[in-house]
Design a protein around this ligand. Structure first.
Ligand code: ADE
Length: 229
């Protein structure tokens, strides 16, 4: 690896990452800020994309194509679907899908468009490092499927659809788009999330209450992983 990209979607998701670094150089590009640091012998570029698949794709592609990053790690929060995932718990995606991608009218499965695939897998070697770090630090981490869509999910009806259609463990609004970009550009990546809510009718309240603490759980774990790269 020569240059590492670390992404979040919201400012709150990268603040606890930036808190670990000194001498940060800020570069402005395409209506966004990119934070360059050197850490542990690595060149790192950090950015938050803004919420949703379009902004996340733009930021991931920018970090790879403009900044020359050759590995990408994502840190942030998610809504839990798997009942084993409680608020604050960590999930590392083994694969991701887009739950709101729908051309079923033409006989295709949910999440599929021609030329694409329903699930994009994350990079096994990075997942293995993450699990090793979790074991060494006694952290409970679930490896599972993350479903992404341009919706903040706050109903059991939508949550149940995503669970039954994709067998997803958690949901959020950026991961699968980052996965599509990294997969297409052959860049190793992983998506890490900590649970901020359980995507039901209380999700909005829980998200506001737990965004910061869960984002910090994810960021602190990610920093431990970066030290092992
Ligand atoms: N990220 C965190 N919680 C979420 C939710 N309930 N829906 C979509 N994205 C989320």
């Amino acid at each position: 690896m020569t240059k590492l990209a670390i992404m979040g979607a919201m400012e709150e998701e990268i603040e606890p990452l930036l808190a670990h670094f000194e001498n940060v150089n800020v570069v402005e590009f395409a209506n966004n800020k990119y934070y360059e640091v050197n850490y542990n012998g690595l060149e790192i570029v950090i950015a938050y994309s803004k919420i949703g698949k379009v902004f996340a794709s733009l930021t991931a592609a920018t970090m790879i194509e403009k900044f020359g990053c050759d590995t990408l790690l994502f840190s942030g929060v998610a809504g839990g679907i798997n009942p084993e995932l409680k608020i604050g718990d960590l999930i590392v995606a083994d694969k991701l899908c887009q739950h709101d991608l729908d051309i079923t009218a033409f006989g295709h499965p949910n999440g599929y468009v021609p030329g694409g695939k329903v699930f994009v897998e994350t990079t096994k070697s990075l997942r293995e490092i993450a699990i090793k770090v979790a074991n060494e630090n006694n952290l409970k981490v679930i490896e599972g499927t993350i479903a992404t869509g341009d919706q903040f999910v706050h109903s059991t009806e939508r949550k149940d659809f995503i669970q039954s259609t994709f067998n997803a463990d958690a949901l959020e609004m950026e991961g699968a788009s980052v996965a599509v970009v990294c997969d297409a550009l052959n860049v190793p990546f992983f998506i890490l999330r900590a649970i901020s809510d359980t995507a039901d009718m209380d999700a909005g309240f829980d998200f506001d209450e737990f965004l910061k603490s869960s984002a910090k759980n994810s960021a602190d774990y990610l920093i431990k992983i970066v030290k092992e790269l």
